[in-house]
Every structure is written in C-alpha cells, then in structure tokens.
Design a protein around this ligand. Structure first.
Ligand SMILES: [Zn+2]
Ligand SMILES: [Zn+2]
Length: 111
C-alpha cells in the first residue's frame, strides 16, 4: 500500500457518483478528508470529490490551509482559486473519464 503525502487516498477506492464540489454527476469520485488526516482529521467529515477537483484542491492548498480555513465544502466553494477551477470543470463532460466506449448505450449495471 502506498500512502501519498496528500493524506487523501487519491488513487484509492473510486466510486461513481456526484462530486460535491463541482456537482457533476456520474463521475469517478474519491474520498477527500475535509480536515486532512495529518492535522487530525482522521475521524472528521469527508466529501466525495471527482478526481480533477480533488487533485486541484491539493495542488492549490496545503494541509494546513485545508485544516484551518477550508475544512468544509462551503468554505472551499467560496475560495476564489478553486471557484475559477469549478467554473471550468463544470463545462467538461463527465464522459471524458469513461475509458471504454461501447456502442451499447443502455446501462443495466447497478451498483
Ligand atoms: Zn468535481
Ligand atoms: Zn483530499
């Protein structure tokens, strides 16, 4: 198991769902610790974020910033830096993340 310096398991378990930050649906999401584990957030609330949003958060902010100022989804959404990113990512189709394209459009799989 490789645990990366970010604290969050960006490469870890992925589920298909709605990103709590950009609100895109049917995207792969990972668990973001709103308060990074490094600063005591192991048992604190988490959020489901799509991978681009999640990466962006950790690129923009340090664990200290996240733990102190940006430990809620609302707080993040109000932050200018990530807001610009959300505006952009919202225009990106979630299907971009789909690796295999099959002509069969119907999805019978339910998780
Ligand atoms: Zn997102
Ligand atoms: Zn995270």
């Amino acid at each position: 198991m490789i645990s990366i310096e970010l604290g969050c398991d960006l490469m870890g378990r992925k589920t298909i769902g709605t990103c709590e930050l950009c609100s895109r649906q049917q995207v792969e999401t990972t668990i973001h610790h709103l308060t990074p584990k490094e600063v005591g957030g192991t048992f604190m609330p988490t959020a489901q974020l799509c991978i681009p949003c999640h990466k962006q958060i950790h690129n923009l902010y340090t664990n200290d910033e996240l733990g102190v100022r940006l430990n809620t989804i609302e707080g993040l959404k109000q932050n200018e830096k990530i807001r610009r990113f959300i505006k952009w990512i919202r225009k990106q189709p979630s299907s971009k993340l789909v690796k295999t394209k099959k002509s069969n459009e119907r999805k019978s799989k339910k998780i």
